[in-house]
Design a binder for this molecule. Structure first.
Ligand code: E4P
Length: 218
């Protein structure tokens, strides 16, 4: 089964999605913290963990391995639910190698734009490889293809790193990610709402209720 995460740091959206009973986790990043209007990463992450006792990702700001490792030590100490997001750059690989050896070394490797990057972060011990599908499409590349290639490569070599479909922009991305065998999908609240919406369902429901009213109201 593929897990469903919401890609936001906004508490109202997380509460609304969690109330549906199908939410497995939350991903955040510095931009999403900015959109939620907070620079207090720890406080916001812990508020999120209180709502969703699943996987909650918080991202490092450092770009050198030593800085990332130091930040990861702090971030991972906040809660057993927290995953540390490390960018898929060479310094990030060094940091992942070190962090993944810790008993609590839960890593979400982020900003992945190729199957090669995904392979390297899996080798470095990441728990998740976040493929940025929407941004790949924005650049005229094929996000779904990168996701499919990553799935195939991880399966070829029995890599346990989970394939995370990130930067999802549409329900089309959702369906294609599920078809490609993504382990996790993280999406904005708006896309999650669209997953459950159909005008045909609304029209059908209105008709059922109107007909019921005709017979039961008699
Ligand atoms: C992943 O964890 C990122 O937070 C996210 O999916 C980025 O998506 P964007 O391209 O919509 O910013």
């Amino acid at each position: 089964m593929a897990e469903i995460f919401i890609d936001t740091a906004k508490i109202a959206e997380i509460k609304a999605a969690a109330a549906w009973g199908i939410l497995d986790g939350v991903t955040t990043n510095p931009t999403l913290m900015f959109r939620a209007g907070t620079a207090n990463r720890k406080e916001q992450t812990l508020k999120i963990v209180e709502i969703v006792q699943g996987s909650v990702s918080a991202e490092v700001i450092s770009t050198d391995a030593a800085g990332m490792v130091a930040e990861a030590r702090e971030i991972l100490s906040w809660s057993e639910h927290v995953y540390v997001k490390i960018p898929a750059i060479a310094e990030g690989l060094k940091a992942m190698r070190e962090i993944s050896a810790w008993p609590n070394g839960r890593i979400n490797a982020t900003l992945i734009f190729s199957a090669n990057q995904a392979y390297l972060v899996a080798r470095a011990g990441a728990s998740y490889a976040s493929i940025f599908m929407g941004r790949l499409d924005d650049a005229g590349l094929d996000g779904i293809q990168v996701l499919q290639e990553t799935r195939q490569i991880f399966d070829n070599y029995g890599l346990t790193c989970k394939v995370l479909a990130a930067s999802i922009r549409s329900t089309y991305h959702v369906t294609q990610s599920l078809l490609a065998g993504a382990d996790i999908l993280t999406m904005p609240y708006g896309v999650l709402q669209k997953m459950i919406s159909s005008p045909f369902t609304d029209v059908g429901l209105a008709k059922f209720l109107a007909d019921w009213e005709k017979v039961a109201g008699k």
